[in-house]
Design a protein around this ligand. Structure first.
Ligand code: PMP
Length: 437
């Protein structure tokens, strides 16, 4: 590993022009001891190369979207073709229909969709639509679940702000925060109490059906069923934020995931999508049943628009990415590799006396430096951030790039090879050994 001289220089220069030197706080190294983040120059398949020429095996996958690995030829070709035909029309195109159809085929609760540019926009708009449909104002969300950076959902949000040690964001009026009720994830009783007290005012219960923002956390058996039933009894809609989870564990969303046999019992009214469905270009989408979606302009009174929405390059990249994911065996391979990686990490950690809890769901898992299970945000917070930071640094020096936050997951991609897993396990063994010293 070459010293990251160029990254350090670029960081100094970046700080003069870009706030904090980064264009998203989750890219800073603040939560892992600070200093210059690594400036990457190139990415191909499962690898990154930094500005000093060092190679890393990438488990960040750009916080989720890069499930086919970097610069996958099928995705790249689609983007090039789209770009050659003009990147933005501001008109309707046939490509948008193709992606919308693919989403509908994979996600049974979608009658109609609308494309936007980010997960933030998708979630933000589902809330507006739910408010329009119910003529109510409050939302219930779960502690530690991150739903983008719009005002309403940055109240007691987890991933970004808590990583930085600020519970809420400045600039959000109390009047907005007072519209949000926060309940611990996996806490049916807490949700019941919240709905008993405020249920008549609640427009929607917003949930990551499988959490991806304080580690990977499955709902306890029956929890999603309870969320859907209790929300409906209160006359509220259910919004699933599947920005991270859609197409991550299988070709579809939580509703069609094997872990949940009773699909009807967990059907959401609205779903927010992003990340993978854009194949690495900016995208978001939201959708639901026809009646609810007909609230949206130009059909209904809920306004939502976007200059860049459904642009040909993002849509083409999304279609190509889904093509790759539809091939047989794609998820089974990521599952097997992640299983081997997680088991090896657990063995290494235990050999060196480092407490480690791993939550794995198919090709994604989170590593929590603690000796208790992680089923909600409180338990995820109650883990050793300093040990994670140490592990992160040790791995980085050995050419393994993890998300710089104890809350984020490791993501496998279709590009990771068995040799990459071996190399990662070797690096982990050496890292845990160094930490034990
Ligand atoms: N919802 C979830 C569950 C997310 O994980 C994220 C991003 N990490 C968002 C919404 C926001 O998406 P974006 O960053 O594209 O605005």
């Amino acid at each position: 590993m070459q010293p990251r001289v160029r990254s350090a220089q670029l960081y100094e220069e970046a700080k003069r022009h870009i706030v904090g030197g980064v264009n998203s706080p989750s890219r800073s190294f603040k939560a892992v001891g600070g200093g210059a983040p690594v400036f990457m120059e190139k990415a191909q398949g499962a690898y990154f190369w930094d500005a000093d020429g060092n190679r890393y095996i990438d488990y960040l996958a750009a916080f989720g979207p890069i499930i086919t690995g970097h610069a996958h030829p099928h995705v790249t070709d689609a983007i090039v073709r789209a770009a050659q035909n003009g990147t933005l029309y501001g008109t309707a195109t046939e490509l948008e229909i193709v992606l919308a159809r693919k989403l509908k085929e994979a996600i049974p609760s979608l009658d109609k969709v609308r494309f936007v540019n980010s997960g933030t926009e998708a979630v933000m708009t589902t809330i507006r639509v739910a408010r329009a449909a119910t003529k109510r104002t409050k939302i219930v969300k779960f502690a530690g679940c991150y739903h983008g950076h719009s005002d309403l959902v940055l109240v007691a949000a987890g991933s970004g702000p808590s990583t930085l040690g600020i519970p809420d964001s400045a600039g959000i009026p109390i009047s907005i925060a007072s519209e949000v009720i926060t309940v611990p994830f996996n806490d049916t009783e807490g949700l019941k109490l919240a709905l008993e007290r405020w249920g008549d005012d609640v427009a929607a219960v917003l949930v990551e059906p499988i959490v991806g923002n304080f580690g990977m956390v499955m709902p306890k058996p029956g929890f999603l069923e309870d969320v859907c039933r209790m929300a409906r009894e209160a006359g509220a809609l259910v919004i699933y934020d599947e920005v991270i989870t859609a197409f991550r564990f299988h070709y579809g969303t939580t509703q069609t995931f094997d872990a949940f046999p009773d699909r009807a019992a967990i059907e959401p009214d609205l779903t927010a999508l992003g990340k993978i469905i854009g194949g690495g270009l900016p995208i978001g989408a939201y959708g639901g049943r026809r009646k609810v979606m007909e609230q949206v302009a130009p059909l209904g009174p809920a306004y939502q628009a976007g200059t860049m929405a459904g642009n040909p390059a993002s849509v083409a990249a999304g279609i190509a990415c889904l093509d790759v994911l539809a091939a047989p065996g794609v998820y089974a391979k990521m599952d097997a590799q992640a299983a081997r990686l997680a088991a090896g990490l657990a063995e290494s950690a235990s050999r060196h006396g480092v407490p480690l809890t791993i939550n794995r769901i198919v090709g994604a898992f989170s590593t929590h430096f603690c000796d208790h299970p992680v089923t909600n945000y409180e338990e995820a917070q109650d883990t050793d951030g300093e040990q994670f930071a140490r592990f992160f640094r040790e791995m980085l020096e050995r050419g393994i790039y993890l998300a710089p936050s104890k809350y984020e997951a490791w993501f496998l991609t279709t590009a990771h090879s068995d040799e990459d897993i071996d190399a990662t396990l070797e690096a982990a063994e050496a890292s845990f050994k160094a930490m034990a010293k």
